[in-house]
Design a binder for this molecule. Structure first.
Ligand SMILES: *Cc1c(COP(=O)(O)O)cnc(C)c1O
Length: 212
């Protein structure tokens, strides 16, 4: 755990960006330590872990869901998250719309970057179609785009992938008033992501150390 890194990152980001501390695989005590520094936004990838942590930690934490979404868990993911970053399939999007909600449900559409088959995400065409057909006055609120750059690519290639996200984001932001979030950047590439217009960085190991 490095509070020094935490404060260093906080200094690097401007008021245009929000830091999500990715706490998956990390102890409650570490989360508490960051909470005591005033931090309120934490990211998790697994529903059971999120629920367990939210039960023992203060209620004013905003939980961000970053993990793969199983359609049978959507109702609970919506209930426990203030923002879902990882809507990466049309089927998941449709399942979200079919969920009965009483409060606004905020989510991002994950754009597929690069050509690796293992990478999740919607194509640009799929993503645009979803946004165009969406009822933006409903309780289901598309807030923007999430991207994960591929590993093992050059800085230049990474920059290209982030630019693609940025351009699509700016295009949508201009046309839809709810769209205000570009979730881009992790421990290894957040500085580049910020320079590419990210409004939300998701940082785990750089703050908390290695995961269990
Ligand atoms: C785990 C995870 C992160 C944090 O990764 P670090 O390299 O530890 O900063 C960010 N985003 C997503 C989607 C993740 O799954």
């Amino acid at each position: 755990m490095s509070l020094i890194n935490y404060h260093k990152i906080k200094k690097e980001i401007t008021n245009q960006q929000k830091l999500i501390a990715v706490s998956k695989g990390q102890d409650i005590s570490k989360i508490k330590m960051l909470y005591d520094q005033g931090h309120r936004d934490f990211g998790e990838n697994y529903l059971q872990e999120l629920i367990k942590k939210s039960e023992v930690l203060p209620a004013d934490i905003h939980w961000h869901f970053l993990g793969k979404i199983q359609t049978n868990k959507i109702k609970n993911i919506i209930q426990f998250s203030s923002l879902i970053h990882s809507v990466s399939r049309k089927k998941v999007y449709q399942k979200i719309l079919n969920t009965h909600v009483k409060k606004q449900c905020n989510f991002l559409l994950q754009l597929k970057l690069g050509n690796e088959d293992s990478k999740d995400g919607l194509s640009t065409e799929e993503l645009l179609k979803i946004v165009e057909d969406h009822d933006h006055e409903s309780l289901f609120c598309i807030r923007g785009i999430m991207g994960i750059a591929e590993n093992n690519i050059s800085e230049k290639e990474k920059n290209n992938q982030f630019q693609i996200c940025k351009e699509l984001f700016l295009q949508l932001k201009e046309n839809y008033k709810n769209i205000d979030t570009l979730s881009l950047g992790m421990s290894s590439d957040y500085s580049l992501a910020i320079s590419c217009g990210s409004t939300m960085v998701r940082i785990g190991t750089k703050i908390f150390g290695e995961r269990k």
